[in-house]
Design a protein around this ligand. Structure first.
Ligand code: C2E
Ligand code: SIN
Ligand code: FE
Length: 412
């Protein structure tokens, strides 16, 4: 049986199934193993991990009294965990990032132009062309099916002026990948993409001075912004052809599972799966992008922050599926290796979230650039490992985005 216990209750002989809380950053290669020595126990106790799942059918159990209080809560969480396990692994990208990235750049440009026109139509009070939007979703989802990292990571590099348009494209792409990860069928996956593309249509009705304000919004300004889901929903209703999922995500992508979101303050399962997906993709793309009021964070750092907020804001299962689909170190993340080399993530692996492909290009030992080399950490002969994230702001490598994308002259 699976039990969630405090690390303080761990003893040698217990079988660890999974780490809780800091599950994104625990120091072990495998999260499931028999705790057989003091050294590993020491590592766990000093790692910041507070709780673990143990499997009492494969190792020692905890004394009965400790469990009594939390058993019911634990059972609920076990169900959630098992469902998550059932989601399965990620599939490998059939096409390399080098091959997809130029095509993805073209699709990004086309899509941005199309979104500019679409927002313009909406602003003028005209109905939005659903056929055109669906064609874009096809192009975008074909690209992420060939290679998810290419288009999603390129769309992250949007300029501040393009933010709202490219944000729509990025959220569309991530909705497609997340829908696939969650096992939704082809038709639902396309609907998720369309919902992502249209989710912020209501921003067309926001005063540009508020939307593009370089600083923090006043309370009154934020009240105006909070009307964008309702405005967008109304715009979609002007065209008969948008489906209920698109309207739902447009109206509800700012709801939070703890009920503190807007416009309706819906709670938990009062929020649909699609809207919960929209919330996760929306926030990830927002915080990884440069916006008029804030510079973007590193992708891996952003996921870590979202994990901290995720209890109140996001549905846990949806958030974990999102991390599974993007990787703990998404494409473009800066990492330090045990060898002292610094590299940037270029692809995920099908095997494990902590064994992506890394392009190493700098040595912290010699303090010099080295000839870039791709390490595939999932290969059996691979000896180097990720030691942790590195803050890109600390290093300011001017060509970081060229390094992962292989495209010259990419500018943030
Ligand atoms: P957006 O910039 O696309 O951000 C979408 C959502 O991402 C936000 O919804 C919020 O849930 C999340 N988010 C973005 N940045 C952060 C962050 O630094 N910390 C946390 N915890 N969450 C973050 P929210 O807050 O409802 O805002 C909706 C929209 O209102 C934003 O869309 C943006 O267009 C505008 N906005 C919000 N705050 C400001 C601000 O201080 N200045 C300006 N100019 N616009 C703002
Ligand atoms: C609508 O369908 O127009 C409203 C959104 C929803 O389905 O909750
Ligand atoms: Fe929004």
């Amino acid at each position: 049986m699976l039990k969630r216990i405090s690390v303080k209750q761990l003893t040698i002989g217990m079988h660890i199934k999974e780490f809780c809380g800091s599950w994104m950053e625990h120091p072990f290669i495998r999260s499931s193993f028999l705790l057989s020595n003091e050294k590993d126990l020491g590592v766990i106790l000093t790692s910041g991990i507070k709780e673990v799942w143990i499997d009492s059918s494969k190792g020692l159990d905890v004394p009965v009294s400790v469990l009594a209080v939390t058993e019911k809560q634990a059972q609920i969480e076990i169900d959630a965990t098992l469902e998550l396990v059932a989601l399965g692994g990620r599939s490998m990208a059939p096409v390399s990032i080098e091959r997809e990235v130029e095509r993805a750049a073209l699709i990004c440009n086309q899509s941005k132009q199309a979104m500019v026109s679409m927002f313009e139509e909406a602003r003028m009070g005209n109905s939005v062309d659903v056929g055109g939007a669906k064609e874009l979703v096809e192009e975008i989802s074909d690209s992420v099916m060939r290679n998810p990292g290419a288009l999603i990571s390129l769309a992250r590099l949007k300029s501040v002026d393009d933010y709202t348009y490219m944000h729509s494209v990025a959220v569309c792409a991530m909705m497609v990948v997340l829908a696939k990860q969650l096992g939704l069928d082809e038709a639902k996956t396309r609907l998720a993409g369309l919902a992502g593309l249209m989710h912020d249509l209501g921003k067309a009705a926001m005063p540009p001075a508020v939307l593009n304000k370089p600083g923090k919004l006043t309370e009154a300004e934020f009240e105006i912004i909070k009307s964008h889901p309702v405005k967008g929903h109304a715009m979609l209703l002007m065209s008969d052809n948008f489906d209920a999922e698109t309207r739902d995500v447009c109206l509800h992508h700012h709801e939070k599972v703890d009920g503190s979101g807007y416009p309706e303050g819906l709670k938990g399962d009062g929020i649909s799966l699609m809207a919960k997906m929209g919330a996760v993709c929306d926030v990830y793309d927002a915080i990884t992008s440069n916006r008029p009021y804030k510079i973007g964070w590193d992708p891996a750092e952003s996921l870590r922050k979202m994990a901290e907020w995720s209890n109140g804001h996001f549905d846990q299962k949806v958030f974990q599926a999102f991390v599974k689909s993007m990787g703990i170190y998404p494409v473009g993340s800066l990492v330090l290796m045990n060898s002292g080399r610094i590299g940037v993530v270029t692809a995920q692996s099908a095997k494990s979230l902590i064994t992506p492909q890394i392009k190493v290009f700098y040595s912290t030992k010699s303090h010099m650039r080295i000839t870039p080399e791709i390490l595939d950490l999932s290969r059996s002969g691979s000896t180097d490992k990720i030691a942790g994230r590195e803050d890109p702001a600390k290093w300011r490598f001017p060509d970081l985005d060229e390094l992962w994308s292989g495209l010259p002259q990419l500018k943030r």
